[in-house]
Design a binder for this molecule. Structure first.
Ligand code: ADP
Length: 244
């Protein structure tokens, strides 16, 4: 069933255990339509794991993930139709060119030839890929690989984007370009993006969801994280146990 409450991304008591180790414990939050939310936490906090649970790439030990009201484990195809995901490790098929991989993924999604051509043109422009369109991904820099990943996520014009560290490993110019891209997408999409760069939060997000050691420790506005004079860095350190 499609949701009517306006929540486009929902984590409902999500837990993931690897043997005896709990990577995430009872994580619950929801992101309403049109919001750009930052998913923050130190390395190893459980951000990527939660994103894989939300996108249906991993099955939870307990809890439910919903995209646009569709349960990602029982209504997988409907959820996938409205979801674009940038995974943490970028594109997988390194021997393919951006043109080939995007064409392949669009066909696999059942897009018609004319629609796919239109979307290929759009993402090639939007992600500035024209100059490397026919080069194998193995020969591309980290920045360009990240753009191919963004193009993959945007190809079917999804309403919801889950972006795992979209600016990780990029130089300042590339970081600026990706932030501008996210800001332009924010006008029409619901976005959850993970980062451990606090500047990024102020630049693109209105909402902050902070986790530490697999647990939710703050869900609020950017102002809640800043708390006046003390600043975001101090508050982050306090909430994630590093404020000594
Ligand atoms: P983050 O994205 O916040 O850096 P992750 O979600 O990647 O954190 O990892 C959370 C914790 O789960 C880490 O301690 C990590 O080592 C552990 N972890 C992640 N994947 C696995 C796995 N496949 N098997 C065992 N432990 C894992």
């Amino acid at each position: 069933m499609s949701d009517t409450s306006g929540a486009m991304i929902e984590a409902i008591g999500l837990s993931k255990e690897y043997g005896l180790f709990a990577a995430t414990q009872n994580i619950s939050f929801s992101v309403p339509r049109g919001q750009v939310a930052a998913f923050l936490g130190p390395n190893g906090a459980g951000k990527s794991t939660t994103m894989k649970l939300l996108t249906g790439f991993l099955a939870p030990t307990a809890g439910t993930a919903k995209i646009g009201g569709f349960d990602v484990s029982t209504d997988r195809l409907k959820a996938a139709e409205i979801l674009g995901y940038l995974p943490e490790n970028g594109p997988l098929y390194l021997e393919m060119t951006p043109s080939e991989i995007l064409d392949f993924l669009g066909s696999a999604r059942g897009m018609t030839r004319s629609r796919l051509n239109e979307r290929l043109e759009f993402v090639a422009n939007k992600c500035s890929l024209k100059g490397v369109w026919g080069k194998p991904i193995s020969k591309l820099s980290k920045g360009y690989r990240q753009r191919v990943g963004m193009a993959q996520a945007l190809l079917h014009d999804p309403q919801v984007l889950i972006l795992d560290e979209p600016t990780s490993g990029l130089d300042p110019n590339q970081t600026h370009d990706v932030r501008e891209l996210i800001l332009s997408l924010a006008k029409t999409k619901t976005i959850l993006l993970s980062t451990h760069i606090l500047q990024e939060v102020r630049a693109v997000c209105s909402r902050v969801i902070l986790i530490n050691e697999g647990r939710l420790v703050l869900d609020g506005t950017v102002d809640d994280l800043e708390q006046g004079e003390r600043g975001m860095e101090a508050r982050f350190r306090e909430l994630t146990g590093a404020a000594k």
